[in-house]
Design a protein. Structure first.
Length: 276
């Protein structure tokens, strides 16, 4: 069957697939443009099936927020290699998916994958990208945060991104949010305050501290008190409000916020990072 170069390049422009892949798809589809698109999509699905057991540990992490800062989202789009993570088409796909998710205020990963995109779904966008690039690509993480003010932080290498919510808007809230978000990115807190740490986590850390203290040869009657001291140190270093503020070591994050406004509170945060 005679397939025109014009049709081949039209299909290539629409799908981003290789020239020969587009020509072969059009031949198989007997010139039916939409059927050819489906053939290329199925090819991507076959590649996805073959690569399902491959590790996709590289990728791109990005956070965004609606213009009124009441709703933020952060996602991780994974691939197999660092080379692909720096591919501009891959990066644009991650940015486009975030934009679609924000505009629809999607709450879950599954909801994002099923959102419409150019007459198809976001899942199709990912599958088409997989077909073009030839690596396993997946939307592995998607989280949201809603609050009176949601701030974001995207690290320069897009391997770490943060959402942080506040209970109210105060003067210079953008700068305050940036400072706290960078704290979260850098210091990796596990909770806002000590009371927010699950009892299971506290118990596990106490058991670890008891065992470590016993291995240090401390007297048996002193072990629990020493271990509890270690637990308190862990909780201080691992909870946002009790951490030493990276912008001013004379303050904790909690004291920094109190100085600004005694009623200003962090309502929640999300931190996503590749390889963690």
């Amino acid at each position: 069957m005679n397939i025109s170069a014009q049709d081949v390049y039209k299909l290539r422009e629409r799908t981003g697939a290789g020239v020969m892949d587009c020509k072969n798809a059009l031949i198989e589809a007997e010139g039916d443009f939409e059927k050819a698109i489906e053939i290329l999509r199925k090819k991507g699905q076959k590649i996805a099936a073959k690569r399902a057991d491959r590790a996709a540990n590289e990728g791109y992490v990005i956070a965004g927020v609606l213009p009124n800062h009441s709703f933020g989202a952060v996602l991780m789009l994974n691939c197999e290699t660092d080379f692909v993570s720096r591919n501009q088409e891959f990066i644009k796909a991650a940015q486009d998916i975030l934009s679609i998710a924000l505009n629809n205020k999607a709450k879950t990963r599954d909801e994002v994958l099923n959102l419409p995109h150019n007459n198809f779904k976001v899942a199709d966008l990912i599958n088409d990208l997989l077909g073009k690039i030839g690596e396993k690509i997946e939307l592995s993480n998607y989280n949201i945060l809603e609050a009176p003010y949601v701030g974001i932080y995207n690290h320069h290498n897009n391997r770490v991104a943060v959402l942080v919510g506040f209970n109210k808007i105060v003067p210079n809230i953008e700068e305050i949010s940036d400072n706290v978000a960078m704290q979260i990115a850098s210091m990796k807190p596990i909770a806002i305050d000590m009371d927010d740490v699950p009892e299971e986590t506290k118990q596990k850390e106490l058991e670890i501290a008891i065992e470590a203290t016993r291995n240090e040869g401390k007297p048996e009657n002193m072990i629990e008190n020493i271990a509890r001291g270690k637990l308190n140190k862990f909780l201080k270093e691992s909870t946002l409000l009790n951490q030493e503020f990276i912008m001013d070591s004379s303050l904790t994050v909690g004291k920094y916020l109190q100085k600004i406004d005694p009623e200003l509170k962090v309502t929640g945060f999300v931190r996503l990072a590749l390889g963690e």
